[in-house]
Write a protein that binds this ligand. Structure first.
Ligand SMILES: Nc1ncnc2c1ncn2[C@@H]1O[C@H](COP(=O)(O)OP(=O)(O)OP(=O)(O)O)[C@@H](O)[C@H]1O
Ligand SMILES: [Mg+2]
Length: 371
């Protein structure tokens, strides 16, 4: 290769990739003509219904399956051209986070992580420190000397993640890495993956259903039936649009209305205990929860708790009456704030949205009438 003209190399380049399991009458085509390019430092999220081919695509990019049709280039190496030995060398530069983590039962957490390091290229003196540091970053500082049997499922998953990341790989392929994790561990892992992109220039391709990733992702790739159905870069407005799609009935809005809200809505933060709206006051805004939990109080009694992808504050905006409840953050809350004018504008365009929002409103009001 000519170093002087080397362009910024894609971390992954896939062209015309098709793949089938089985042969003859049992042949099942699962990927069709996939094209995809991933830049260094990019965090791309792969979504799609079960069976749409996400895991299969990841394993092909990772060189874990033999290619049939099309090209896959990883970190500048064309996988179709590689000898088995060269393929092993490429795989070593990939951090794999899959569901089956295969830790060694007889080794401690730190030893399991160090196993990966010994295959890498650091001086032996640094090995122990690097393994323990990575476990520490994943919240397992106190567990470095535990064996897998003595760890919870989520802790084991994090040991496997530490093992995948300890060599600071330039490509990370992750298949639902946070599926077994609680909220705090999920945030830690997602934050660490993001850090790998910003600090180490790693490209990350990750399958996840966790909507929290939308805040961190650069790109959202959606697969349906073995094909890439959409592939969008997420700027701020794009992130908000994707978030709105997870909130009923905002998901019913057409793309133009979604964009309009995304461009005008404001993300606001509330501390635990902070009153977001107060019963009896005039309502000017609608709140969609992106993160955290709130408590809904009527006459000082809790009537509901709401969390991510739920909203509140619509009642006063629809009815024109004062706020019928007080809403208090019980955790740090990030909420998207839509103004009354903006909501009115969108309701004017979309009768379906207006109808669905009213239905929410009526459903929420119902219990109160019964009293
Ligand atoms: N080892 C295999 N042998 C035969 N068929 C397979 C194999 N692995 C997957 N398939 C089939 O390939 C298709 C795609 O599977 P894949 O695991 O890639 O989907 P996925 O998008 O990862 O789904 P999920 O969200 O459920 O993990 C499915 O129809 C599945 O039945
Ligand atoms: Mg899968």
């Amino acid at each position: 290769m000519d170093a002087m003209v080397a362009p910024v190399q894609a971390a992954v380049r896939v062209e015309g990739l098709s793949f089938a399991f089985g042969e003859g009458p049992a042949r099942n085509e699962v990927l069709f003509d996939i094209g995809l390019e991933l830049a260094p430092g990019q965090l791309a999220v792969l979504t799609g219904p079960s069976g749409s081919g996400k895991t299969t695509l990841l394993t092909l990019i990772g060189g874990l399956r033999t290619l049939q049709h099309g090209r896959v280039e990883v970190l500048g190496r064309d996988l179709t051209q590689l000898s088995p030995r060269a393929l092993v060398a490429v795989r070593r530069n990939i951090g794999f986070i899959f569901q089956m983590h295969n830790l060694f039962d007889s080794l401690t957490a730190a030893e399991n992580v160090r196993m990966a390091l010994e295959l890498g290229h650091r001086p032996p003196g640094e090995l122990r420190g690097a393994a323990e540091e990575m476990l520490g970053r994943l919240g397992l500082k106190e567990r470095v000397n535990y064996k897998p049997r003595a760890l919870s499922g989520g802790q084991r998953q994090r040991v496997a993640i530490a093992r995948a990341l300890v060599n600071l790989p330039k490509l990370i392929l992750a298949d639902e890495p946070t599926a077994a994790l609680d909220k705090e561990a999920t945030n830690t892992v997602l934050g660490l993956l993001k850090q790998m992109t910003t600090e180490n220039g790693s490209a990350v391709l990750m399958v996840t259903h966790d909507h929290r990733i939308i805040d961190l992702a650069d790109r959202l790739i959606h697969m349906v039936d073995g094909r890439i159905a959409s592939d969008v870069m997420l700027d701020n407005a794009g992130r908000i649009r994707e978030f709105l799609k997870t909130v009923e009935p905002f998901s019913a809005l057409n793309p133009a209305d979604l964009s309009e809200i995304a461009e005008t809505a404001e993300l606001r933060h509330f501390e635990p205990g902070e009153v977001i709206i107060r019963e009896g006051e005039e309502g000017e805004e609608l709140f969609l929860i992106a993160e955290g939990e709130v408590e809904v109080l009527r006459e000082d009694h809790e009537v509901a708790r709401l969390g991510p992808a739920e909203f509140f504050g619509e009642a006063a905006l629809i009815s024109g009456e004062p706020r019928n409840a007080t809403v208090v953050a019980t955790e740090p809350v990030d909420a998207l704030v839509v103004t009354k004018q903006e909501l009115a504008e969108v309701m004017k365009h979309s009768s379906r949205f207006r109808e669905q929002l009213r239905r929410f409103f009526v459903r929420r009001r119902a219990p109160r009438k019964r009293k």
